[in-house]
Write a protein that binds this ligand. Sequence first.
Ligand code: 4G4
Length: 260
Amino acid sequence: MGSRLVIRFDVVSLFPEMFRAVSESGIPRKAMEAGLWRLQVWNPRDFTTDNYRTVDDRPYGGGPGMLMLAEPLNKALDAIAAAQENEGLARGRVVYLSPQGRKLDHPAVMDLAGRGAVTLLCGRYEGVDERLLQRRVEDELSLGDFVLSGGEIAAMAVMDAVVRQLPGALGDGQSAVEESFADGLLDCPQYTRPESFFGAGVPEVLLSGHHEKIRRWRLKQSLGRTWLRRPELIGGRKLTEEERALLEEFRRDYESGVQT
Ligand code: 4G4
């Protein structure tokens, strides 16, 4: 029997209720029902010991805002490690979502998808005491160069991206390898009914039933869009002879103003 790919996510967050957004809708919900992934959310407030259940304090050196205390986060991460061990899992990689992290991309998603357990740490306020990060965090990831009010939405984006890569997560007929970025290119334009929308039609070839022509048109559009919108992706990818020829064709069409 082949080993099924299952992931356990443990999330540390002051707002556990937010995570219903990923576990109760769409593909991730279906995948969870199919047993492909599990989620447990841990509230650092439950690991405080003072009467006020304090999770934040003012930064040494002064300045605006508050920081998350190291101690409740450390205890939450200890409890997570114990729970993972209890299930016979290797300790999950601890990932901190922050604007200072390296940019999340498809290879980073596939790396996480290959692990049995992943722990996501969500910052609030102005972030987390650096000593907790030094001691416990193994990887710092960012969705991009912008700031969110907390790491929760970034953590949900990571889980969604990872879960849809697990074998069986997408219904049959869909395949993660056929989608954008699996092959390092942007998706081609797509059309559905009606055949005319405010006078705009559908490219003839898509109505032709000629599967090989359709495949070549789609590949040409993917290459062309990637060249126009994300040229650095073309530079970092060796093209096959067919791809080189199709991109050349797209450029000639584009430079002479031909509509596809
Ligand atoms: C760490 C430090 C991720 C985490 C400060 C998290 C954007 C991203 C946070 C903060 C985040 C991203 C509250 C500023 C939480 N914002 N780009 N915010 N802030 O992936």
